[in-house]
Design a binder for this molecule. Structure first.
Ligand code: ATP
Ligand code: MG
Length: 428
C-alpha cells in the first residue's frame, strides 16, 4: 500500500531540528520576559469573517492564501494566516483592552496557501508581539528595540538590516495613492501584471513590487513622504530619535509599505541578504485602526511578527547556533537486563532526584558491556556510569569520562555518586 506522506509545504520537525527551535524559542521568550511582555495563546481556527474584516478583502492573504472550509455546522472557518487579528479578537472578548495597556506575545503555527519554496511554507511559525493602548513613538521604538535585541543575542545582528518608514494616516495614503495612480496610469503597460491589478485595488502595494521595471518606473514617481502630514512626521521623528539614542541603525525606505490594510504611521522590516528572495525575517508596524475595525473602541496598537523558519534558516546559514545546541546527555548509566538491573533503576531515579536538570539516560534492553559502551558513546554522553561485578560487590559505581581525555575515571560510593557527578559536570 502506498505510504501516506505529509502535506506539501507542511514540515515535520525532527529531533535534531527541535533542539535548535527550542534554543531559538527559549532565547526569544527570555528576552520578551525581560521587557515584561506577557504570553497569550489563542486557537489556530477562527471564523473566516475575522480575517476578512481585519486583513481586508483585496489582499493576497484573503484573496488566495487562506485555508478556509465549512465545518459540520456550515460555519465558515479559517486556519489562522497570521496572529494579529486573533490576538485582538481574544483581547476584546476578555476585556483586556478597556482602559489599560497591554504588551503581549505569542508563538505558533500560521497557515497560508502559497507556493512552497525555501523560506516559504504553507504551515509556518511566527513569533508575534502586539502592544495596545499606547500612542506615542516610544512604544513603536520599544518593539523595534526588542527585535534588535533578538538578533544581537542570537549573534546574527550584523546580517540583518532594519528598514524603516512611515506610511502616515489613512488620509495621507489616500492622497498619495491618488497621485501615484495618476503618475502610473499613463505607464500602465510598462508595469508588471500584479502591479497593473493593484493600480485599481491597492496602489501603495506597487511600491512593494519585486519587478525591476516597475521599480525603475517608481524612481520618478511622487514620493510618499511629500504626502505625510506634520503630526505623522513628528511621530516618525520620535521613533528615529529613540533608535538613535539606543544605537540601533536603520535605513529609511520610502517604498516600504505593508501588505495588510490596517497599518498606519510606523512600518518596519528586518531583512537579510543571506536567504535569497525570502529575505524578510521580521515585519511590523503601527495598526491603530484595527481594534475599531473589529468592533472595539479606538485603540492604538503596535506590533510585529517574525518568521521562525526564516530565522532558523538564517542561524543555520550563518552557523550561529551555539556549539552545545545538540549536545548529548550528561550521563549514560549502563544497566544489565536482569534482577540487578531492576534494583539499579532505583539508583538512576535517585540520581535524577538529586540532580534535577542533569540529563541522564538509563540503558534499556540490556546488552553486553561492549554494546552498551557503544550506545553510551553514540548518545554523546559526557560520562558513563558503570556498575560491574566489583562495583556491585562493594556498593560503588565507576564513573567513566567519555569525551574529556584529561579526566581520570573514578570509583565512588553510591552515596557519593551524585556529588561526584555534579562536580565533574560543573567542569567545562
Ligand atoms: P512575504 O512578503 O515574504 O510573503 P508577508 O508580508 O506575507 O511576507 P507577514 O504577513 O508580514 O509576511 O509575516 C511576517 C513574517 O512571517 C514574514 O516576514 C516572514 O518572515 C514570515 N512569513 C510570512 N509568510 C511566510 C510563509 N509562507 N512561510 C514562512 N514564513 C513566512
Ligand atoms: Mg506573503
Amino acid at each position: 500500500m502506498a505510504k501516506i506522506t505529509a502535506i506539501r509545504g507542511m514540515n515535520d520537525n525532527l529531533p535534531g531540528q527541535t533542539v535548535r527551535w527550542q534554543y531559538l524559542e527559549s532565547t526569544l521568550a527570555r528576552i520578551l520576559t525581560s521587557y515584561n511582555y506577557d504570553e497569550i495563546r489563542f486557537p489556530v481556527l477562527e471564523r473566516t469573517e475575522l480575517f476578512k474584516r481585519s486583513i481586508g478583502e483585496v489582499t493576497d492573504i484573503v484573496e488566495k492564501e487562506m485555508y478556509t472550509f465549512d465545518d459540520r455546522n456550515g460555519d465558515s472557518l479559517t486556519l489562522r494566516p497570521e496572529g494579529t487579528a486573533c490576538c485582538v479578537r481574544a483581547c476584546e472578548e476578555h476585556g483586556l483592552l478597556y482602559n489599560q495597556t497591554q504588551r503581549l506575545w505569542y508563538m505558533g503555527p500560521m497557515f497560508r496557501y502559497e507556493r512552497p519554496q525555501k523560506g516559504r511554507l504553507r504551515q509556518f511559525h511566527q513569533l508575534g508581539v502586539e502592544t495596545f493602548g499606547m500612542q506615542g513613538p516610544d512604544i513603536d521604538a520599544e518593539v523595534i528595540l526588542i527585535s534588535a535585541r533578538f538578533w544581537r543575542e542570537l549573534g546574527i545582528g550584523e546580517h540583518l538590516t532594519l528598514q524603516l518608514n512611515t506610511i502616515g494616516s489613512a488620509v495621507n495614503r489616500r492622497d498619495y495613492g491618488a497621485a501615484l495612480v495618476e503618475y502610473l496610469s499613463n505607464r500602465k503597460s510598462e508595469l508588471d501584471e500584479d502591479s497593473q491589478r493593484r493600480l485599481e485595488s491597492n496602489p501603495l502595494r506597487i511600491l512593494d513590487s519585486k519587478d525591476p521595471n516597475t521599480q525603475a518606473l517608481l524612481d520618478d514617481a511622487p514620493k510618499l513622504h511629500d504626502y505625510i502630514d506634520a503630526e505623522s512626521m513628528a511621530h516618525f521623528q520620535g521613533v528615529c530619535d529613540i533608535l538613535d539614542a539606543c544605537g540601533v541603525s536603520y535605513e529609511i525606505n520610502q517604498r516600504l509599505v505593508r501588505g495588510l490594510d490596517y497599518y498606519c504611521n510606523t512600518v518596519f522590516e528586518w531583512v537579510t541578504d543571506q536567504l535569497g528572495a525570502q529575505g524578510t525575517v521580521c515585519a511590523g508596524g503601527r495598526y491603530d485602526g484595527l481594534v475599531k475595525q473589529l468592533g472595539g473602541r479606538d485603540t492604538p496598537a503596535v506590533g510585529f511578527a517574525m518568521g521562525i523558519e526564516r530565522c532558523t534558516l538564517l542561524l543555520e546559514t550563518l552557523n550561529a547556533y551555539p556549539d552545545n545546541v545538540d549536545a548529548g546527555p550528561d550521563v549514560f548509566v549502563m544497566l544489565p537486563d536482569d534482577k540487578v538491573g531492576v534494583q539499579l533503576m532505583a539508583l538512576v531515579e535517585g540520581l535524577r532526584q538529586a540532580l534535577p536538570g542533569v540529563q541522564c539516560v538509563a540503558n534499556c534492553g540490556g546488552g553486553s558491556f561492549k554494546s552498551q559502551m557503544k550506545r553510551a558513546d553514540k548518545s554523546g554522553a559526557r560520562f558513563a556510569v558503570i556498575v560491574g561485578e566489583r562495583e556491585l560487590a562493594d556498593n560503588t559505581v565507576l564513573i567513566k569520562p567519555l569525551r574529556d581525555a584529561s579526566l581520570e575515571q573514578q570509583t565512588v560510593s553510591r552515596e557519593n555518586m551524585a556529588n561526584a557527578l555534579q562536580a565533574l559536570l560543573a567542569q567545562q
